[in-house]
Design a binder for this molecule. Structure first.
Ligand code: FRU
Length: 612
């Protein structure tokens, strides 16, 4: 398999920034054609042209001309007054060809003389390596992240021959949303990820938005037996649905020449398909984003699709666009009863502002999804995660052992582009197993517990305690000192009504996260208002609240603390809270205390996690 390695460049990137007024580097010839227009001629056969980025700038449009023909267009925030970082432009496809980057900027310059001084021209340089070494303190130790640059939705997840493929929305040319491309990582255990070259790149139909992959076991599309077939949104002025397939185990894709296979008159995206044995046909859910509904199509071959029904208008949260659907059949808590879950990610309109994953439980007859109603005949809005940073969650297709393995983007559109990282932006949640359970209110809900493979992250048991009784003063435990304290903490809490149990993470800078279990209200809350750096967005400081779906005053918690995120799983994932945090220095202690009566803490365990 072809993989990108963490090649280390000999000189530190920052040391490469030239002072203003210097000449362009060897092999890079710059001709200015006016205040907005510049030609960059690239000579020689290096691997990369490194492009200098200044994030605060507008995007420059770069037409890539190969032997005079337009090969592609990319958008890059080229540096004006300072270089924040470099991004690599891969030159290998253009070996021995005449390569010109025709650049149109909106740098707001009055004269060509001023343009010439812009930092981008003299810092662009050729290199055979690109440094992806992680030096950022908020880069997660045990969550999937891109090697560099921006990432949003997980896409096209498919399991084949022991490998979990994870494609994702990425920008190969910067750490903000742009140039949407399918990045690609793979794993044999869902926690150690290998990075691959981008799998699907923009073409004449547009950039590559979210979508799904499936295994075409019976070769219904004619792309080959067991081909991995991708259906994704091509996004330009409009959004249409495109097919691509891979015959090399998901490494590279051929684009179907008959694209697009679905066109509509208004925004529709994020196609998600599965094979339905009952009708020997493919079923597709497609987000009819602005109409706040999901469309359901069927097809014999993934090329010809017939619209069967729509679901969602007037239901659930209607405050934002509907995106990234998923539809699957899941057994209810080992009861033999099977129900269908329709996942409808929405943005904004989440319970704590911005993006969130909404779902409905019901029945699906192959054409129409019918949601369950409560005792008053109402369709209830349900949420898969009660934090602020869990979005675009969908499942792996062809997962082994009938598993419903899901993963989400661990951020929120409200501030994803502003979080205090730069070399990369965003991580995915831990992989989770979706299941259904009957709650005390008699309705069926979805649980999502960490996938079994996540247990393999545990390193040393650094603290354990069988039984404790905590009151107001509480008990404090040190988190592991190695690896910035990243860890998994488990505990079972039993508390009487009227008392409240606080679990507090704290560091030496006085920053803290407070998670509170309230057995009377049957809620768990998560307060990150004083968690560290919170001022990059007014939407970041927040308290999120989850129902605990229990009546006995007992919760069993698994809390995963990474360098910039906390995931709290309660009662095997019956309630989950995923929230980002940016402590200026790592949390060092966890304190458990109870107000309004003592609480019993049993099976407390703290496991360190080593970096992957
Ligand atoms: C969801 C989303 C999708 C779209 C993609 C674009 O986060 O808006 O609807 O396909 O991101 O990057």
């Amino acid at each position: 398999m072809k993989t990108l390695t963490n090649a280390v460049i000999s000189v530190l990137m920052s040391a490469m920034v030239l002072p203003l007024g210097a000449e362009a580097k060897e092999g890079v010839k710059v001709d200015h054609l006016g205040i907005n227009n510049t030609l960059v001629r690239v000579e020689g056969n290096s691997h990369y042209l490194l492009l200098p980025v200044q994030e605060a700038n507008d995007d420059a449009r770069i037409n890539v001309l190969v032997d005079g023909d337009l090969a592609k267009t990319i958008h890059v925030r080229l540096a004006k007054t300072k270089v924040d970082y470099f991004v690599p432009f891969d030159l290998t496809p253009y070996k021995d060809k005449e390569l010109i980057l025709a650049v149109v900027t909106s740098q707001d310059r009055g004269t060509v003389r001023e343009v010439k001084d812009d930092a981008c021209w003299k810092n662009m340089c050729l290199s055979d390596t690109f440094d992806t070494t992680n030096r950022e303190k908020y880069r997660p130790a045990f969550h999937h992240t891109p090697l560099y640059g921006w990432m949003n939705d997980p896409n096209g997840m498919v399991y084949k021959d022991g490998v979990w493929h994870l494609y994702y929305q990425c920008n190969p040319y910067g750490s903000k949303w742009q140039n949407m491309t399918w990045g690609h990582s793979s794993s044999r255990d869902l926690v150690n990820w290998q990075h691959h070259a981008p799998a699907i790149e923009p073409n004449g139909l547009g950039t590559v938005f979210s979508g799904s992959c499936t295994l075409d076991k019976a070769n219904t599309a004619g792309f080959g037996e067991d081909a991995i077939v991708a259906l994704y949104t091509s996004a330009d002025l409009s959004q249409v649905q495109s097919l691509a397939w891979s015959n090399d185990g998901g490494e590279s894709f051929d684009i179907y020449p008959g694209n697009p296979v679905i066109t509509l008159e208004s925004e529709a995206r994020d196609p998600n398909m599965f094979w339905d044995d009952r009708q020997n046909a493919w079923v597709l859910t497609l987000a009819h984003a602005l109409d706040h509904e999901m469309l359901i199509f069927t097809s014999p071959d993934m090329k010809e699709w017939t619209l069967q029904s729509s679901f969602g208008q007037g239901l659930g949260s209607q405050d934002g666009v509907w995106e990234c659907p998923d539809l699957m059949e899941v057994e209810v808590d080992g009861s033999g009863l099977k129900k269908w879950i329709m996942i409808c990610n929405i943005n904004p309109g989440g319970p704590f502002g911005g993006s969130a994953t909404q779902y409905f439980i019901g029945d699906f007859d192959g054409k129409t999804f019918t949601p369950d109603t409560d005792e008053n005949g109402q369709v209830v809005t349900k949420w898969l995660d009660y934090g602020k940073d869990h979005y675009a969650t969908v499942s792996w297709s062809n997962a082994p052992d009938n598993r419903h393995t899901i993963i989400g983007w661990m951020s929120n559109w409200q501030y994803a582009a502003e979080v205090p990282t730069q070399q990369f932006r965003s991580a995915n949640t831990l992989p989770r197993e979706l299941s259904l359970f009957k709650a005390p209110d008699g309705m069926i809900y979805a649980a999502s517990a960490p996938s079994p493979e996540v247990t393999g992250l545990r390193d040393k048991l650094v603290r354990s305690s069988q039984k404790l009784s905590v009151g107001k003063k509480g008990q404090t435990f040190a988190l592991p000192t190695a690896n910035d304290g990243v860890c998994e903490t488990l505990m079972d809490i039993e508390a009487k009504k009227g008392s409240k149990v606080d679990i507090e993470l704290k560091n030496n800078a006085g920053e803290r996260v407070v998670m509170t279990y309230d057995p009377s209200a049957r809620t768990m809350s998560f307060d990150r208002r004083e968690s560290g750096i919170v001022d990059f967005s007014q939407d970041f400081p927040a308290v999120t609240v989850a129902p605990t779906f229990e009546t006995e005053g007992k919760v069993s918690l698994r809390i995963f603390i990474d360098r910039s995120s906390i995931e709290l799983f309660g009662n095997d994932g019956r309630f989950v809270m995923t929230n980002l945090v940016f402590p200026t220095t790592p949390y060092t202690h966890i304190a458990v205390s109870a107000n309004g009566g003592n609480a019993k803490i049993t099976n407390l365990k703290i496991y360190s996690i080593s970096s992957k």
